[in-house]
Design a protein around this ligand. Structure first.
Ligand code: B12
Ligand code: SF4
Length: 467
């Protein structure tokens, strides 16, 4: 059996604009590795509906597995329909956060044969084995399908029994024309429940960590292949201080030389500044923090469980620790705080922070509390999923129009970076060095802001043109 895995390539809309749709998603590589370890031929490509036929001709797959976040779900749907029409003998499967929550719609709209609900390493291998044994409708919880109008195997979101069983990702999984960039996932899940995040629903609130030794082994493999810079993709890398301490001990004992970036929480910096210093000494060049809002009521409404005081304290600690940091903000919270006054207050707060600031518009992803609320209140404007790209406002805010909310995105960037105009050059040099921003992105963003505000052009069209 041959399995082809497809990570959709975004060729339109917001993701094309930010070029974020040009990477192979890490999750599908794990599933592909599990299929390879089970003895099947497994290859991962990035494709869209215009290029998929090439890979089908080249690899002649029996099964195609697609991955998708919300914004590329329509692209995956297009490809599934193409396969169903031109290669009806090929079995199609799709996985990822979006379809896990929207499995009924996905099965109905795309005609896909199976939707993987949850982590796919075990369930996908079980499916391939069943298909090989000519069992077209196997009972595998987590591999949902539709038959005669009924949904099967959809009782729950399935997680791996043992997180340490996750397979090794190797370069040969990816078709030769695509670049492979190693990324580390040392844990899955997060103990927090922020209202805009789908992690807690996906992982059922659990937080599971791999053995430190295994993660270090993986890093050593990547180093031996010539890589020395990594992204750690964990949702909340520093959740367990003991694990991090052991991780740093091993990096030092083994004298490993590499740099990495990770995402964590601001409250950890206050509780454990020594841990941040230790991580910096072990190669951490950049830490990303979700601040989301500088307005206390909004932080509470988002269930973020941090305070504005903590943010300011953490900022002064970080400044002294000599580590680069970036802060993420969200405009909008989907509640009564969506008013021009509050949004402006938030932008003002962000303008006072040092470092790199990245701003997005609140996007209600399926599986989140914000999505459930907006849906219940009938305030979701549309389900054109490609616009669920964190730059469009796809819901009706309570205290302003959606257009006003969207207009705040370029305004926020202008205001924040104007306030930092004196530190811009060192900031961008640092961002480029730590690989958190490419020079091209800085240049095209500046050009788009100029076109929007000086030449009065449409922000979305201008960013698309300049990407
Ligand atoms: C790192 C990351 C990125 C990186 C990806 C880099 C890369 N090459 O992988 C970058 C920065 C590019 C990125 C971009 C975006 N991201 Co992102 N990202 C993440 C993050 C933090 C980690 C992803 C990861 O590696 N997870 C670990 C792997 C192991 O888990 P997984 O992907 O879920 O895969 C498992 C299962 O879902 C399932 N599975 C997945 N695919 C398939 C396919 C098959 C066939 C099967 C059987 C199973 C299966 O099995 C996998 C293994 O267990 C997640 C949060 C998270 N923890 O997932 C957000 C997350 C996936 N991203 C999200 C979003 C919104 C985006 C953007 C749209 C944001 C934007 N506008 O820029 C873009 C979309 C880009 C695109 N191409 O579509 C959301 C998705 C929400 C949603 N419903 O869409 C998430 C969940 C964060 C969040 N809670 O908001 N992202
Ligand atoms: S936003 Fe971060 S801290 Fe909040 S639930 Fe998601 S992963 Fe956890």
């Amino acid at each position: 059996m041959t399995v082809l895995f497809v990570s959709p390539k975004a060729t339109a809309g917001g993701l094309q604009r930010t070029r974020k749709g040009h990477q192979i998603f890490q999750g599908v590589l794990y599933v592909a590795a599990a299929v390879r370890d089970a003895g099947y031929r497994s290859v991962v490509v990035q494709a869209d509906v215009n290029t998929l036929h090439r890979y089908i001709r080249r690899y002649k797959p029996d099964v195609i597995g697609f991955t998708a976040v919300t914004a590329v779900y329509p692209l995956a749907g297009e490809m599934i329909r193409y396969v169903k029409e031109h290669h009806p003998e090929i079995i199609t499967v799709i996985g990822g956060h979006h379809v896990t929550f929207m499995y009924k719609e996905t099965l109905q709209e795309t005609g896909v044969d199976f939707v993987c609900r949850g982590e796919g390493e075990e369930t996908f291998v079980a499916l391939v084995k069943a298909l090989e044994a000519k069992d077209r409708y196997p009972a595998i919880t987590g591999m949902a399908y539709l038959k005669d109008g009924e949904f099967y195997n959809d009782e729950e979101i399935v997680l791996l029994k043992d997180i340490n069983s996750i397979p090794k990702i190797t370069m040969d999984l990816v078709a030769p024309e695509f670049s492979f960039t190693p990324k580390i996932v040392s844990s899955r899940g997060c103990p927090f429940k922020c209202s805009y995040c789908s992690i807690s629903a996906f992982y059922g609130g659990s937080f599971r960590q791999r053995r430190v030794e295994d993660v270090i082994g993986e890093i050593k493999d990547f180093i031996s292949w010539g890589y020395d810079q990594f992204w750690i993709h964990d949702d909340n890398f520093t959740t367990n201080a003991d694990w991090i301490t052991r991780f740093c001990d091993l990096v030092e004992e083994e004298k490993l030389k590499f740099t990495f970036a990770c995402m964590t929480r601001i409250d950890m910096v206050i509780r454990k500044p020594e841990l941040v210093a230790r991580l910096a000494a072990c190669g951490c060049t950049l830490m990303g923090f979700g601040i989301e809002s500088g307005v206390p009521e909004v932080l509470e409404s988002l269930n973020k469980r941090i305070s504005t005081d903590q943010i300011m304290k953490a900022v002064s600690i970080l400044k002294n620790l000599g580590i680069s940091y970036s802060f993420f903000f969200i405009l909008g919270s989907g509640d009564e705080f969506d008013t021009p006054e509050i949004i402006e207050k938030n932008i003002k707060f962000a303008s006072k922070l040092p470092g790199l600031i990245l701003v997005s518009v609140m996007t209600p992803f399926p599986g989140t509390a914000v999505y459930d609320r907006l849906k219940r209140e009938n305030r979701i404007r549309h389900y054109n999923w490609e616009d669920y790209d964190i730059t469009h406002c796809v819901y009706n805010p309570l205290g302003m129009t959606y257009k006003q909310m969207e207009a705040y995105l370029p305004k926020a960037y202008l205001k924040i970076y104007w306030a930092k105009r004196r530190e811009l050059i060192p900031l961008f040099i640092q961002a480029i060095k730590s690989k958190s921003l490419e020079p091209r992105i800085i240049f095209s963003s500046a050009k788009s802001l100029f076109e929007t505000y000086v030449l009065r052009k449409d922000f979305y069209k201008s960013t698309l043109r300049n990407q």
